[in-house]
Design a protein around this ligand. Structure first.
Ligand code: ADP
Ligand code: MG
Length: 139
């Protein structure tokens, strides 16, 4: 499975703004298979654990507040070259820099509330998939 999966989260801003369905359709139309999906509302410990690599960054506390502000939709996705292609599909972290037609260009409002997460390496994709889903929950 390694190399072919990535972990995404449709973030609380996109869920609250009613973009969940359109974003899932965009992802499936780009050739990804949904291997696992659920809607959760994270607490501080859960969001902080997910973004542990960023805990020394100045925006960490705000990021945790944002990620706990409402429900979000983590998903495990499968496709060849899943991680790199998905980063291209979602666009740059700051939606102001995100290429035309990318998910962040279409649905994100700010560098923090940027609609969607995508894993940045195969190693992190596996860690992040396991953070949200058990083996039994992945098809
Ligand atoms: P990406 O999600 O594109 O991989 P990072 O891993 O660098 O970006 O950052 C994780 C998340 O933290 C971003 O998606 C965004 O929600 C938030 N973030 C990143 N940089 C900033 C910033 N300068 N100010 C506020 N929030 C930020
Ligand atoms: Mg990242």
């Amino acid at each position: 499975m390694s190399g072919n999966i990535t972990l995404t989260i449709i973030k609380p801003d996109a869920v609250a703004n009613g973009h969940t369905g359109k974003i899932i359709d965009h992802i499936i139309s780009a050739g990804y298979k949904v291997k696992a999906m659920k809607m959760i509302h994270m607490n501080d410990r859960e969001a902080g654990g997910f973004y542990e690599v960023h805990k020394e960054r100045p925006f960490f506390n705000d990021l945790v507040s944002f990620m706990t502000s409402g429900p979000c939709v983590p998903m495990v996705l499968e496709k060849d070259n899943a991680v790199a292609d998905f980063r291209t599909l979602i666009g740059a972290t700051n939606p102001a820099d995100a290429a035309e037609g990318t998910i962040r260009n279409l649905y994100a409002k700010s560098i923090e509330a940027n609609a969607i997460h995508g894993s940045d390496s195969d190693e992190n994709a596996l860690r992040e998939a396991g953070y949200f889903f058990s083996e039994l929950e992945m098809f």
